[in-house]
Design a protein around this ligand. Structure first.
Ligand code: ZN
Length: 193
């Protein structure tokens, strides 16, 4: 059995006799018409800032859009709601109140954690670290570092903050059944497993 080499593929259209470009936009137009709704996958770029301040984070810094499965609690409700019915190519800004973002700050969420759970991480008060918990990874803020224990604030670092998002929708597609079953996106910008 012979495998197609690059030369074979090149030979398909002889040089100097290029047919008019095939309607490569057809696929794109299909995607453009697909609206964001439950059980669809959205790839998007975002920049987030605390209301009235400089950006905290942007997907463009990572160089690849974020991919999420709509309707499965994968992003904060305020951002998901703002995306609904939009299509690839859309850009928009939205202000999300803390209640629809990471929730309000709650008192009494300090917890004393054995230092060994932090591995070799050098810890300082005010530092944000990700702690592996029974409920998955959780971002916490270090309050106090002792000899063998660390006090952390379990409030999400963004809790209590009103946020401003600038969003660009890159792609909208149907989710695969496996993605719906898992509740998250597989492949580009999602889970790699
Ligand atoms: Zn999965």
């Amino acid at each position: 059995m012979r495998h197609l080499g690059k030369a074979d593929i090149m030979a398909v259209s002889p040089p100097g006799d290029n047919p008019p470009q095939p309607p490569a936009r057809v696929q794109t137009q299909t995607e453009l018409r697909m609206k964001i709704e439950k059980d669809r996958v959205v790839r998007f770029h975002y920049t987030v800032a605390e209301a009235g301040q400089e950006p905290i984070e942007s997907s463009k810094d990572r160089g690849e859009p974020l991919a999420i499965l709509i309707g499965h609690g994968n992003i904060i409700p305020g951002l998901e709601n703002a995306m609904m019915d939009k299509e690839a190519g859309a850009t928009f800004s939205v202000d999300v109140a803390s209640a629809d973002a990471y929730g309000e700050r709650r008192d009494g969420l300090s917890q004393r954690v054995p230092k060994k759970h932090f591995g070799n991480t050098r810890l300082a008060p005010g530092q944000q670290v990700v702690l592996q918990t029974n409920f998955g990874p959780r971002a916490v803020t270090v309050q106090k570092v002792g000899m063998s224990v660390v006090d952390v604030d379990l409030n999400h670092p963004m809790a209590g903050k009103d946020l401003h998002f600038d969003v660009e929708i890159i792609e909208v597609r149907e989710a695969k059944q496996e993605e719906i079953d898992h509740g998250h996106v597989h492949g580009d910008g999602g889970h790699q497993h």
